[in-house]
Design a protein around this ligand. Structure first.
Ligand code: PLP
Length: 388
């Protein structure tokens, strides 16, 4: 069984590139070049140099002793929260900015929901002196003022998407439209393992540095790797080099919101059905008529009605297991991690911690949790919800 993308861009029945004809030239240029560029010595040298000196890699693998004692197993934390800009997202934007440079692109566009991917994109554009335009729903611009300010301070232009629900979906449409109109000089940096082929594979390859380092740092295989799943990029990065090690149990944790039996949830793999979203076939939350259902999660980064096609395939083929955690349980886990290890996690990450209580762990088990980001950006929510 292969868990890698095939030469047509599919993971089993999922993936592909369901794009309007006007996007063919842009997508074909990427499909033809992304592997060649990634495998070139020049790219590899610069990518690893930047990951080391700019992002701060390798990130530590930390043995969380108090959590280990509580849950009766070795709990190891992969510290992506220590990356420059505070989360794993920058691994991908560093890779894509180098790709854009090699393709001779001078202008970068991106879409963002909560603003985290917008900030990671604005960061690498400043680093390289490239023009940066971030599309963001008008409603999200109001809700995420600090990230809008960060993007502006980094020199990016934030363009509001004013159609539809004025959120991520509409920002994505605007970015696509821009790309169609500017195929020559523009590269579109997508922020997760979603979108048309080759994005899911390309982003997975840039994030795979996470599992490459875990494998080296562990000296031997872990028994579990656990990561939260929005679009699925930090999970894919944490799983990547363990996909062909069947003894390693892979667990993705999605957001149940108020609960999987309510209509305020983002538990895509638990509740969704196959369909095409953002130009690839995967599993998504939709109603009987195929209309996308508005997702809900307390964490903006998991508030997405779809999931990357590779995760749909890992679930259907039983290679990975997916669990759903509610807003309330994620908050409890965030407090526990903060007060037992002195690490305030991002709300997204807190979902991954919450499943520790539900696993049947043995004292000799080695569990890795991918600590995808730090909680500074979530302090407003923590203050409100926890009455701090
Ligand atoms: C954006 C984000 C996520 C969710 O995105 P994935 O592509 O699923 O990784 C998870 N954790 C943090 C800290 C984020 O910023």
């Amino acid at each position: 069984m292969s868990y890698q993308v095939d030469d047509k861009g599919f993971y089993g029945e999922f993936g592909g590139a369901f794009i309007p004809e006007l996007l063919y030239p842009n997508i074909e240029e990427l499909q033809e070049n992304y592997l060649k560029i990634e495998k070139s010595e020049e790219f590899q040298i610069e990518f690893h140099q930047l990951l080391k000196d700019y992002v701060g890699r390798p990130t530590p693998l930390f043995l969380a002793k108090r959590l280990s004692a509580k849950y009766g197993a070795e709990i190891w934390l992969k510290r992506e929260d220590l990356c420059h800009t505070g989360a794993h997202k920058v691994n991908n934007t560093v890779g894509q900015i180098l790709l854009a440079e090699k393709l001779g692109k001078k202008r970068i566009i991106a879409e963002t929901g909560a603003g985290q991917h917008g900030v990671a994109t604005a960061t690498v554009c400043a680093l390289k002196g490239l023009k940066c335009i971030v599309y963001m729903g008008e409603k999200d611009i109001e809700r995420q003022a600090p990230n809008v300010a960060r993007m502006k301070m980094l020199g990016a232009e934030v363009r509001p998407a004013t159609s539809g629900s004025k959120t991520l979906k509409d920002a994505t449409n605007e970015a696509m439209r821009d790309w169609i109109n500017n195929p020559e000089d523009t590269h579109y940096i997508i922020g997760s393992v979603v979108g048309p082929h080759p994005y899911p594979d390309m982003v997975a390859r840039y994030q795979a540095i996470i599992s490459k380092e875990i494998k080296e740092q562990m000296q031997g295989l872990p028994d579990y790797v656990i990561a939260c799943v929005g679009g699925g990029s930090n999970a894919m990065g944490a799983f990547y080099h363990f996909l062909d090690d069947p003894s390693v149990k892979l667990i993705g944790v999605e957001a149940a919101g108020l609960g999987v039996d309510t209509n305020k949830t983002a538990a895509t793999l638990t509740l969704g059905t196959p369909g095409v979203l953002h130009a690839s076939r995967s599993i998504m939350m939709q109603d009987k008529d195929g209309q996308v259902v508005e997702p809900h999660s307390i964490s903006a980064g998991l508030d997405y009605p779809g999931i990357g096609p590779a995760h749909a395939w890992l679930k259907v083929s039983d290679r990975a297991q997916y669990m759903a955690v509610t807003d309330a349980d994620a908050l409890k886990a965030a407090v526990e991690c903060s007060q037992m290890e002195g690490i305030i996690p991002a709300l997204e990450t807190a979902h991954a911690f919450s499943v520790l209580k539900d696993l049947d762990l043995n004292p000799t088990d080695r569990v890795v949790i991918n600590l995808s980001g730090r909680g500074d950006k979530d302090m407003d929510t923590y203050m409100r919800e926890l009455h701090l």
